[in-house]
Design a protein around this ligand. Sequence first.
Ligand code: TMP
Length: 395
Amino acid sequence: MKKKFLNLGSQPIANSFLPNVSKKTIKKEFFYKLTVSFDDKDYLVSVTNPVNPKIQYTDKYAHRASESKTMRKAFKNIALKLNKRFKPKKIMEIGSNDGVFIKNFPQNNVIAIEPCKNLAKITAKKFKTYPNFWNQKLAHKIFKNKKKADLIFSANTISHIPNLKETFKAIEFSLSENGIFVIEDPSLSSVVINNSYDQFYDEHVYIFSALAISNIAKKNNLRLFDIENISTHGGSLRYYICKNNSKYIITKNLIKVIKYEKKKSLNKLSTFKNFSKRVEKSKKDLIKLLNKLKKQNKKIISYGATYKSTTLFNYCNIDKRYIDYVTDTTINKQGKFTPGKHIPIISPKKGFNESVDYAFLGAWNFKKEILKKEKKFIKRGGKFITHVPFIKILS
Ligand code: TMP
């Protein structure tokens, strides 16, 4: 049974950056109630009432996976690794974004699935691309009476699809006998340890654990056989799933991760109730710090117009009273306003300058890359603020 443990209040769509802040635009803004639940039967943590994907994945979808150096490198590395270990001939990616993963494979071996039409257009120039949502109907269209996929890859996408049963059934149909399904998504243990409640937003319908994925796979004639901890998105897990009867055996690493998750009590509601208390404290502490800095007339900006920041700004009620603007390198986010709280977004070139005293790390998951890049800011006395794993000024 699903049990609610966290209430993040009224939230807009995390990536619905506003083109202007006219009364008409603001009136049209869509809000929903963001609460998070734990299912004590299959250990799945999910947004209680997911938003309709058709509102989310439109032809205006802003996120470009290849914008970040960290992600470009990560996708290249995993493509090489999968090629070496499994030697797949037919590869499919679900949620191919701008092609950052598939571009590492031979053009004719790849099928891309991407419902956001603006992104699908990019990969369609080179790869066979279906601009559709992943489901059984599409799986049948692609694979009925055809050679099945040896590798189905999906990074930061499966956790976005509300109907998991449909998703996994379609996967089971599409995999070859010894084909593998590899998914990457932010991990529940990282969210709990980092107190990164901003990982919950409309797109992140699920925050998976190995315990939950193992249960879901089992229900759909699949099984989890291997797993890897990866650093992307503030701590993710890469799950290796195969058909029930395929040749792969469970790895030591999977046994270790399952043991660890049980030790961290990711199968107990009380863990999430405690997490919820820590989230409330994080909100209080952040407001307290921002109020203190504002009293000292400090200029605070936010670094990275992330979807995660949408949750945080709206939950903590942070707007232009505290944050002058948000800087972001993504060209199609610049000139827009953050969802719900309407903070202007500008380019770092324009906004990340001498006048800034404090920068809130909205893109905390790229902390390493950012701190390396912004040595000059730190050297001249600029400071970063983070809420992960608790509110602090980075020194
Ligand atoms: P994400 O966490 O959803 O991937 O979003 C990260 C956002 O942060 C993305 O819009 C790009 C932005 N960003 C910067 O503006 N500067 C940077 O140095 C990095 C790494 C990201």
